[in-house]
Design a protein around this ligand. Structure first.
Ligand code: NDP
Length: 315
C-alpha cells in the first residue's frame, strides 16, 4: 500500500452512462469529481455495436464512440478520469463523514461523497463459440440489438421475465423467435408466460440448452440439445440473444449497503440515496428493470444533484 492518502470531494466509481453523466453534472457544480473507470472503461455499451435508441443521435452511434464522447464531455468540465479499480471501500455512517476507498489494492483515497455507478454484468452461457461470436450475432440485449435482425430468425436463451419480455419484443421485429428453456417450465411471471405463449411466431422449446453456436464470423445457426433425451438438433438462426440474468457489480459494498436478494443496491424513494449518508447509486447497479443507457444517464444526473445538495448542507 502506498503511504500517501489523497483527499477528494467526490468519488465516482464506474464509467458507463450513469458515471459519466454524474461526472458532467458534478464537475459543472464544482464537486471536483474523480472518476475511476473500473475494469471495463465505458461499461457495457462498449460491447454494443450500434446504439440507435439514445436521444440526440438521429443516425445512431457506435457504443465505444459514444462512451468516448461522454468521457470528453465530463473532462471538459474538469472531471478527472482515471483508469483503475476500486478494490475495497469503507463507507462512513456519519453525516459529513469521510469514505475511504482503495484503488487497485494499492492507493488510498478519501472522499466526502461517493457516487456508485458500477453497473451490472450480463451473464453468458460460457461456451467458446458464444464468446467468439459476441458482436457477430450473439447479444445480451434485445432492445439494443434486436433491430438488426428485422425479418430474420433468432433464438433467445432464458426463461425469466427478461427473456419473456425480450422474446415478445423480438417477435415484433423478427420473423421467428425460438425460446430455449432449460427446465420443463419457465421462471417468468404467469402473465409474461401467457404473453409469450400467445404470440404465434415464438416457439418455446423446453428442456433445451445450447450445445454450440454455429458460424465462423457471424452466427449462422445453433446446435441445441434436449437435456432429457440427449437428442441434438441444428436450427438456422442469425441472432442469439442470451437473457439468463445480470450480476450487479456490488461485491465490495456487501455488508455496508442495503441490497436486494440478488445484490442490486437499494435507493431511497425517488432519490439515489443509499443507506449511508453521502453515498449515492445510479445506473444498472440499482436498476434491474429498465437497464437502458438513457435511464442510467438520468439517474447519474440525479446522483450528482443529490450529492451536490448533500455536500452543500454539510458546509
Ligand atoms: P432471472 O434470474 O429471473 O432468470 C434467469 C433465467 O435464465 C432463468 O429462467 C434461468 O433458468 C435461466 N438460466 C440461467 N442460467 C442459464 C443457463 N446457463 N442456461 C439456460 N438458462 C439459464 O433473470 P431476469 O433477468 O429474467 O430477471 C431478473 C429480475 O428482474 C427478476 O426478479 C425479474 O422478475 C425482474 N424483471 C422484471 C421485469 C418486469 O417486471 N417487467 C422485466 C425484467 C426483469 P432457471 O429458471 O432454470 O433457473
Amino acid at each position: 500500500m502506498s503511504d500517501s492518502v489523497e483527499r477528494i470531494k467526490t468519488l465516482i466509481i464506474g464509467s458507463g452512462p450513469a458515471g459519466y453523466t454524474a461526472a458532467i453534472y458534478a464537475s459543472r457544480a464544482d464537486l471536483k469529481p474523480v472518476l475511476y473507470t473500473g475494469m471495463e472503461p465505458g461499461g457495457q455499451l462498449t460491447t454494443t455495436t450500434e446504439v440507435d435508441n439514445f436521444p440526440g443521435y438521429p443516425e445512431g452511434v457506435d457504443g465505444p464512440s459514444m462512451m468516448v464522447q461522454l468521457q470528453q464531455q465530463a473532462e471538459r468540465f474538469g472531471t478527472e478520469v482515471r483508469i483503475g479499480m476500486i478494490t475495497s471501500i469503507e463507507l462512513s455512517d456519519k453525516v459529513g463523514g469521510i469514505h475511504k476507498a482503495v484503488v487497485d489494492n494499492n492507493k488510498e483515497i478519501e472522499a466526502e461523497a461517493v457516487i456508485i455507478s458500477t453497473g451490472a454484468t450480463a451473464r453468458y452461457l460460457g461456451l467458446e463459440s458464444e464468446q467468439r461470436l459476441r458482436g457477430g450475432g450473439v447479444s445480451a440485449c434485445a432492445v439494443c440489438d434486436g433491430f438488426f435482425y428485422k425479418g430474420q430468425d433468432v433464438a433467445i436463451v432464458g426463461a425469466g421475465d427478461t427473456a419473456a419480455e425480450e422474446a415478445s419484443y423480438l417477435a415484433n421485429i423478427c420473423n421467428k423467435v425460438t425460446m430455449l428453456v432449460r427446465r420443463d417450465e419457465m421462471r417468468a411471471s404467469k402473465a409474461m408466460q401467457h404473453r409469450v405463449n400467445s404470440i404465434k411466431n415464438i416457439e418455446i422449446k423446453y428442456n433445451t440448452e445450447v450445445d454450440e453456436v454455429l458460424g465462423d464470423q457471424v452466427v449462422e445457426g445453433l446446435r441445441i440439445v434436449n437435456n432429457q433425451t440427449g437428442e441434438k438438433e441444428e436450427i438456422a438462426i442469425t441472432g442469439l440473444f442470451v437473457a439468463i440474468g445480470h450480476k450487479p457489480n456490488t461485491d465490495i459494498f456487501k455488508g455496508q449497503l442495503d441490497m436486494d436478494e440478488t445484490g442490486y443496491l437499494i435507493t431511497k424513494g425517488k432519490s439515489t440515496k443509499t443507506n449511508k449518508p453521502g453515498v449515492f447509486a445510479a445506473g444498472d447497479v440499482q436498476d434491474k428493470e429498465y437497464r437502458q443507457a438513457v435511464t442510467a444517464a438520468g439517474t447519474g444526473c440525479m446522483a450528482a444533484l443529490d450529492a451536490e445538495r448533500y455536500l452543500a448542507s454539510n458546509e
